[in-house]
Write a protein of this length. Structure first.
Length: 96
């Protein structure tokens, strides 16, 4: 991913960090991202994150591991999203 010097510097710093510290950095940065983005920008960010990076986050996981992870995170998704208001019919496009 090309980017500004700031992005390259952050990438280099993160590559050198302990994995636990990387998780701490990401957890600390997400509230800041939410605070600086407007509601429409935040919605676009979340959609873009899933469209562009879900496969990256799941890289190397087997089908079984993905199923286990999905079972573990579905309760959190169901708690935050009005799932009963969503039409999951096959006609619903994944790319929209």
């Amino acid at each position: 991913m090309k980017g500004s010097w700031k992005i390259r510097m952050a990438q280099n710093m993160i590559r050198k960090e302990d994995p636990e510290e990387v998780m701490n950095i990401v957890e600390a940065m997400l509230p800041v991202v939410v605070d600086v983005l407007s509601k429409s920008q935040l919605q676009a960010f979340v959609k873009r994150l899933f469209q562009r990076h879900l496969s990256t986050l799941l890289r190397g996981m087997s089908r079984g591991e993905r199923a286990t992870l999905l079972r573990e995170i579905l309760p959190f998704i169901a708690k935050e999203f009005p799932i009963e208001d969503v039409d999951f019919s096959p006609a619903q496009s994944v790319s929209s």
